[in-house]
Design a protein around this ligand. Sequence first.
Ligand SMILES: CC(C)(COP(=O)(O)OP(=O)(O)OC[C@H]1O[C@@H](n2cnc3c(N)ncnc32)[C@H](O)[C@@H]1OP(=O)(O)O)[C@@H](O)C(=O)NCCC(=O)NCCS
Length: 116
Amino acid sequence: MIIGIGIDIIEISRIQNAIEKNPRFCDRVFTKTEIQYTDGKKNKFQHLAARFAAKEAFFKAIGKHIAWADVETINLPSGQPQLVIYAKEDFGFTRSHISLSHLADHALAVVILEKE
Ligand SMILES: CC(C)(COP(=O)(O)OP(=O)(O)OC[C@H]1O[C@@H](n2cnc3c(N)ncnc32)[C@H](O)[C@@H]1OP(=O)(O)O)[C@@H](O)C(=O)NCCC(=O)NCCS
């Protein structure tokens, strides 16, 4: 049974500006794994913005805001993204699904939460 769905779209320039103005923004919002994944990519801000959108989409799916770094996007060897949630709180879902997309200017994420 689907118990939550969230979507978010973000301008990549917004994330790039936030990081360039305040380097601590990156460490507060993104996990080490997320930063490592995006470091060395052709346009790392595209991937970071998608991960930011993933956090916002997750917040919409659970109906509340939790710490940014408690919501992490990892990638399987195939490239498929997956959510890892570090918060101790039980949000009632047993399975999560995520999909990301980015263009030159915008990044988008969709999250679906299921309870088996
Ligand atoms: C994977 C694919 C769907 C990405 O689409 P795209 O239009 O190039 O790029 P988009 O911006 O829409 O999506 C990029 C996101 O797709 C996701 N993605 C990558 N591989 C994926 C996969 N196998 N399954 C689901 N999602 C995937 C990632 O989250 C990626 O963003 P990230 O690198 O920041 O995490 C596309 O490359 C494709 O259709 N490839 C053919 C299938 C394929 O190669 N599968 C992988 C086999 S190893």
